[in-house]
Each structure stands twice: as C-alpha cells, then as structure tokens.
Design a protein around this ligand. Structure first.
Ligand code: FAD
Length: 404
C-alpha cells in the first residue's frame, strides 16, 4: 500500500526508473528517445555518480547498440580499442591476440565517462527528468496495473508519490527493488568463490598495451588500462581482507612478483587512489520481473568482475527492456515485456558460466591443491596450443556469440 503522509498532488508518469547507473540511464535514454516520459530516481548526487570508478571494458556489440541509439558519440571518439590480452604463468608471457583471431575488439572506456555521457544525453539533450539525492525510495502495488513509487524529496523533506504504469528496478546490488520481490515468487541463485580481490586504481600509466592476467602460485594479479594516466590493478586476497593490510610497498611488491615474466617491462608504479576489497560472489534473480516491476543490471544479477561482464549485462538488459517498454507504451504490444526476463537471462547465465570457468584459470594455481594447479596449467596451455579452444575463449571473452 502507498504511504499515508505523502504530498497532496501525486504525479503521473508512464515509467519510474529506480537507479541512475548504466542500466537505469540507458533505459531512460531509450524511453526519451521515443518521447516516452519517465522519472529516474537516484539516491546519490549527479556529481557522485559521474565520478564513481568501476568498470572499463565495454564489449563491441554493446557499443554498436549504444551507437544505434545515439548514445556513443563520445565513447567512439575517446575509447581505446583493445585487441589482445596477455596471460603470465610459469614465468612466461603468452599473448592472446583475439583481434587477429576474430577481427573483433573491446573498447576501454571508464564507467564514470559512460555514466556522464548517459546522464547528459538523458537529462540535458533528451529532456529527461532525473531526481538526485532522493531518500527512502519505496515501490508499492507492483502486482496491480497501478503501481506507485514513493520517496523523500531532498529539498522539502516531504514524501512524494509517483503513479506509473511500470517500474524499472535498476538500483544495483544494494537497492530496494530486488527486496520488493516476494520471496515465494522468485528464485535467487547464489555462488560464492571464497576469494577476494583487492581492487586498486593507480595514478600510473599502463605498463602494457593490453590487459594482463597473472596466474601465479601466490594468487591472481590483473592489470587493465583505464586512461593514459590511470591503471586498474587487482590482487587476489582472502575474502573480507582489510585494505589497510595492503600498504603501498606490499601492493607493488606483490604486483611485481605475480605479474613478473621473462622479458616483461617493469611495472610503472604510482600513488594508489583506490584500494578496496571485493568479495567474489554472484547471484541471479529468476524471473527478473514481478507484476509491473522489471529488474535490470546488478539489481537482477551480480557477476564478480572476473570476466568484466557486469556493465555489459546491465546494458544488454537496458536495451531489451527499454525497447519492450517503448513498444508496450506506444502500440500496446506487450510481447517484449512478457519475454524480457527469459531473453535477458540467457546471456546472463552464459556470462556467469564463463566467469566461473575463467575463475579457475586465474585462481586454480594458488588454491594450494596440486591437482587443481595441474589442471589449471593444462587449461592455460590449451588456449595457446588448440585453435579450437582459442576460438571458443575469444567468443566468450568478447561476448560475440549470436545465440545463447
Ligand atoms: P549500478 O551501476 O550499481 O547503478 C545503480 C544505481 O542505483 C546507483 O547509482 C545507486 O546509487 C542507485 N541506487 C541504489 N539504491 C538506490 C535506491 N534505493 N533508490 C534509488 N537509487 C538507488 N563490468 C564490466 O562490464 N566491465 C568491467 O570492466 C567491470 N569492472 C568492474 C570493476 C569493479 C571494481 C566493480 C565493482 C565492478 C565492475 N564491473 C564491470 C561491474 C559494473 O560496474 C556493474 O555491473 C555496473 O555498474 C552495473 O550497472 P547497474 O546500472 O546495474 O548498477
């Protein structure tokens, strides 16, 4: 039921989107592109979301979809195409040139830049209504055809009520939308890798022209360019570890050790401007819809950043859901909405499976189990000895499969 002490004049809008991350903003921009009105509610400020560092790898199909919808102009001008990655194991370097193998590539474009572009396009160009710094967002009556969303307005401190036809839950892993699903109507499948990653941003230029993956007996280490001045690094660590256990010198010593290989250039070191521990776990909510609520992105499925897939899945959901809402609201055809969850989940599960497979490649050597270390080494070597295995890896790494 809607709350009782709300502003006397509830507003009416076809769609309320909860959350202004890549998923919510893309849905908003798709709706506004078709002149469908919506309100995006976001708990943080615009400045905060435009600066929150996270992802950086965008798959080529996602960029083409953004481009088709007029959302990729800056990205295409500024993103770096990446065509190779390098595995380091057994003291050697193994370059995997997926660009040459497939003719396809990744784009490296930091998430804050993409979010900045999407906010500008949704709010400033397409005239979308985004309300930042809102508090206590609550969806109501989702299983009726008159759902509402209430929230506390930051300026007046009063509750406001939005009446709508549809609610998009795109409020990430810690939002309120997922919690609004009645537990008896959904299944939440979870997986815990039992490991942590120390996620680092270094004020240092990239030390290689490509992504580096170190599969080392001391644990995984990763290197990913973000910009000419900033590089993301990862170090495997115990789950729940305290970033305070990782002073500057220890971080760089471990990175040098785990990414060390014959003939490798020394790492360009710099000040660490982000240092936090991510516990590696996944979940998938099935179905991704309940009544008039449709989940998108991390609200529906979390995928550990092992394979750099989370933002790509958020965009995939947003394209499907944005189009389905436009069709429903402009022509009354609800087939897209009915099929949304199933269509989105096929790619979600495919990416989750790849993430699990890749996790063993990264972490098997340091599991303390000689049998797993042996099979991990075999799996790594196979990528460089079997063209079939290489092609399968490239397809999953790039997300280029046409059917799931
Ligand atoms: P979010 O980006 O989390 O956006 C949700 C929004 O909702 C936020 O702005 C939040 O403030 C807001 N919100 C929360 N609660 C509420 C509420 N109650 N009411 C209103 N608003 C609310 N993915 C990749 O594809 N490639 C990568 O290279 C990659 N690297 C990553 C590295 C790291 C360190 C991390 C942490 C993640 C990485 N990811 C990567 C994952 C990617 O960042 C996420 O999958 C992506 O942000 C999901 O987008 P989203 O819009 O679903 O959710």
């Amino acid at each position: 039921m809607p709350p009782t002490s709300v502003s006397p004049s509830p507003e009416r809008v076809p769609v309320v989107v909860v959350g202004a991350g890549p998923a919510g903003l893309t849905v908003g921009a798709v709706l506004r592109g078709a002149r469908v009105d919506c309100v995006v509610l976001e708990t943080e400020t615009r400045e905060f979301i435009e600066n929150r560092p996270r992802a950086g790898v965008v798959e080529e199909w996602a960029v083409r979809e953004l481009q088709r919808r007029g959302l990729a102009d800056n990205l295409l001008e500024r993103a770096q195409p990446h065509t190779a990655c390098e595995f380091r194991f057994d003291g050697e370097r193994y370059r995997f040139d997926y660009g040459r193998l497939t003719g396809r590539h990744h784009f490296v474009y930091p998430q804050p830049l993409l979010v900045t572009d999407l906010v500008r396009e949704y709010v400033d160009v397409r005239g979308g209504d985004a309300r930042f710094s809102v508090r206590d967002v609550e969806p109501h009556d989702l299983d009726t055809d008159r759902p509402t969303v209430s929230y506390t307005c930051p300026e007046t401190g009063r509750r406001r009520l939005l009446r709508c036809d549809f609610v998009v839950g795109a409020d990430g892993a810690r939002g309120v939308s997922r919690a609004a699903l009645p537990p008896e109507r959904v299944r939440v499948a979870r997986h815990d890798y039992g490991i942590g990653w120390l996620a680092l941003l270094a004020e240092a230029p990239p030390s290689s022209d490509c992504v580096l993956f170190g599969a080392h007996p001391r644990g995984f280490a990763g290197h990913m360019a973000r910009s000419p001045e900033v590089t993301r690094y990862y170090l495997q660590c115990p789950p729940g570890d305290d970033p305070g256990n990782w002073p500057h010198d220890r971080v760089w010593a471990e990175l040098r050790e785990r990414l060390g290989a014959a003939g490798a250039a020394p790492l360009a070191e710099g000040r660490l401007i982000e240092k936090r521990v991510l516990d590696m776990h996944d979940y998938v909510v099935e179905p991704m819809a309940f009544g008039r609520l449709f989940l998108a992105g991390d609200a529906a499925h979390l995928i550990a950043p092992i394979a750099a897939k989370g933002m790509n899945l958020a965009l995939h959901d947003a394209f499907l859901l944005g189009d389905a809402l436009v069709t429903r609201l402009t022509s009354g055809d609800d087939s897209g909405l009915t099929g949304y969850s199933e269509a989105a989940l096929r790619r979600v599960w495919d990416y989750q499976e790849f993430s699990q497979w890749l996790s063993e490649l990264y972490h098997g050597s340091s599991a303390g189990d000689p049998f797993r270390a042996g099979t991990t080494l075999a799996r790594l070597r196979r990528l460089f000895t079997s063209p079939t295995a290489a092609a399968a890896f490239a397809e999953q790494y790039l997300g280029t499969a046409t059917r799931f």
